[in-house]
Design a protein around this ligand. Structure first.
Ligand code: PGA
Length: 240
């Protein structure tokens, strides 16, 4: 596991943005595994900036997102599909037909999960961007005795619901479930970049870097993947 500690959020975003841009430039038809939440917004701004300056094109690039609330329609402004459109896809030259996220309004969730895992296998993710929950979750793989291999429907923990409440008018509006890639789906990515910023992530980062491998901190399993780069700011690294 490679660890890069940056001064602040802006530097974390720039470091991750540079890494992703290098990958896109060296393989223009690469498949990006993307994440939502507050953490990757700076990376998407950085990439958009490169695009606007004519230094980067996403014309041949595809993407697969980690997760989506359930149930939610893709036009709902709280959906992760909507988030990706606003934060990245509408701002660059990516063909939206080549961008994928779990369908939050699928009637048959099991079939949707199976279809999503088949898509991941077919496309092959070159690099997966990840945030980390305060409780060590990645995607919506929450701390549990057993973690899931593939894409699945999961209930959000009270901690995740309270962490995500800042994006909603009130905590009661936060969806209670989500479809998420499983740990096995995430591990299929050739390369993984884990981002963390701020003191609220310090304990989770401490567990990932110095703790054992445990399902009570799902991100700790990343130590077993052959190509993981953690990019975190000094606050997130402060308990290591
Ligand atoms: P955040 O969420 O980027 O909004 O902090 C990260 C996560 O929950 O994975």
């Amino acid at each position: 596991m490679k660890i890069i500690v940056t001064k602040n959020y802006e530097e974390m975003s720039a470091q991750a943005g540079k890494l992703l841009a290098e990958i896109i430039k060296s393989k223009p038809d690469c498949v990006l595994g993307l994440a939502t939440g507050g953490t990757p917004v700076g990376v998407y701004d950085y990439l958009t900036d490169l695009f606007e300056r004519g230094e980067l094109s996403f014309a041949r690039t595809s993407s697969v997102n980690l997760d989506e609330y359930y149930p939610i329609s893709s036009s709902n402004s709280q959906s992760y599909r909507y988030f990706m459109n606003k934060k990245l896809f509408d701002r660059v030259d990516i063909d939206k037909a080549n961008t994928f996220a779990p369908n939050g309004s699928a009637e048959d969730v099991l079939a949707e999960c199976k279809k999503y895992d088949e898509l991941i296998d077919r496309m092959g993710i070159d690099v997966q961007l990840l945030g980390i929950g305060r409780n060590g979750h990645i995607g919506f793989n929450e701390p549990e005795d057993e973690l899931h291999r593939g894409t699945h429907l999961t209930a959000l923990t009270p901690d995740t619901i309270s962490a995500n409440a800042r994006f909603f008018a009130s905590v009661s509006e936060v969806p209670t479930h989500a479809i998420t890639m499983g740990i096995g789906s995430v591990f299929k990515a050739k390369k993984i970049i884990l981002l963390a910023s701020g003191k609220s992530k310090a304990d989770a980062i401490r567990q990932v870097i110095t703790g054992g491998i445990t399902t009570s901190c799902p991100a700790s399993l990343l130590c077993l993947h052959p190509d993981v780069t953690v990019i975190c700011d000094e606050d997130a690294y402060s308990l290591v």
